[in-house]
Design a protein around this ligand. Structure first.
Ligand SMILES: Cc1cc2nc3c(=O)[nH]c(=O)nc-3n(C[C@H](O)[C@H](O)[C@H](O)COP(=O)(O)OP(=O)(O)OC[C@H]3O[C@@H](n4cnc5c(N)ncnc54)[C@H](O)[C@@H]3O)c2cc1C
Length: 289
């Protein structure tokens, strides 16, 4: 779909690196690496010198790292979304902007009310991220969806300083070279959908980036985002247990972009009543948690 949408040049394939500073961090990284390798993840262990050769602008605070070779970056998720949307419209799809505030099943149809519009369809897909809980409740499904809030700071002058995403797990955020600059984003805050943002978190990210990439310059464009998270870290993908007119696709937590492709495929299979290409029973909305 990326290729069909003409978005291939947004994909940058240089893997990503996890770094560690202490012997203890190295031991934890080695355990993680062994586990991941067992599950087919391609990776390479790096000495401090090898990290330096790959990323000379990182302050040499590391003892070593792990290079995940298959990871790739979408240089601009916004541009990708726009190109995918354009491809959908060119094939006859339609976008109708509005806030869905009611959802009902009437006979053979699912009916959505959004602002002053009423839309009726054979099937409705609820993919409203952290806000999906309320919509699922409209058809009587109670899901334990919450939000893990994360924070972002962009360093516009630092685009060229890293070739691939780098992170120290102990700092809780990634530094990723994107089209607009170096994106430092991450941390986890359990603060719900309503509480104001806590900008101390972005101050902490700014301070840490100064230490980790000393020439990164000043950060701009701060934001807080709502990861839609389930208690067991698995998404909800599948029909409502009450009606196959309503299909759920939310709760992807930290990995919603990573899992977007497979989620889209599964949803298209559900909508067309085809056999799903994965067993999605563990992802049902009424699973025991
Ligand atoms: C700081 C940060 C860094 C991240 N980094 C990564 C990463 O590197 N890789 C990765 O894979 N994932 C990452 N994630 C996670 C990823 O962003 C989420 O998992 C993903 O956005 C979830 O996608 P979604 O479509 O389910 O929800 P969202 O992206 O939240 O989209 C839901 C949409 O539904 C709309 N909506 C809500 N309610 C209604 C309604 N009633 N009517 C109409 N529309 C509605 C919202 O406005 C929103 O546009 C990161 C998240 C954060 C916060």
């Amino acid at each position: 779909m990326i290729a069909e949408a003409g978005a291939g040049d947004l994909i940058e394939e240089h893997g990503c690196i996890y770094l560690y500073k202490s012997e203890r961090g190295g031991e934890a990284a080695a355990r993680d690496a062994a586990f991941r390798e067992k599950h087919g993840v391609k990776l390479e262990r790096l000495s401090a010198q090898e990290v330096r050769d790959l990323e000379p602008h990182l302050a040499p605070l590391y003892r070593g790292g792990i290079w995940f070779k298959d990871a790739y970056v979408i240089a601009s998720p916004e541009r990708l979304a726009r190109l995918l949307a354009r491809a959908i419209v060119s094939r006859g799809g339609q976008f109708i902007a509005g806030v869905a505030c009611d959802l009902r099943v009437e006979g053979m149809s699912a009916v959505i009310r959004a602002n002053d519009k009423v839309l009726s369809a054979d099937r409705v897909v609820i993919a409203a991220g952290a806000w999906s809980r309320e919509l699922a409740a409209k058809v009587g499904d109670h899901v334990l969806l919450d939000t893990e809030r994360g924070y972002h700071v962009l360093f516009p002058q630092a685009r060229e300083l890293l070739t691939r995403p780098a992170c120290y797990p102990e700092h809780g955020f990634y530094m990723t070279p994107m089209a607009d600059g170096l994106r430092a984003a991450g941390t986890v805050e359990l603060g719900g959908l309503e509480a104001p943002a806590n900008w101390k978190r972005t101050m902490m990210i700014r301070k840490a980036v100064k230490t980790l990439v000393p020439s990164a310059g000043e950060g701009t464009s701060e934001w807080m985002g709502f990861r839609p998270s389930m208690p067991d870290s698995l998404p909800v993908i599948g029909s409502s247990p009450r009606t196959d007119r309503v299909i759920y696709a939310f709760g992807h937590g930290h990995l919603g972009v990573t899992m977007a492709g497979i989620t889209g495929q599964l949803v298209s299979e559900l909508v067309t009543c085809a056999r799903t290409s994965l067993d999605i029973d563990p992802l049902r909305s009424d699973r025991t948690l």
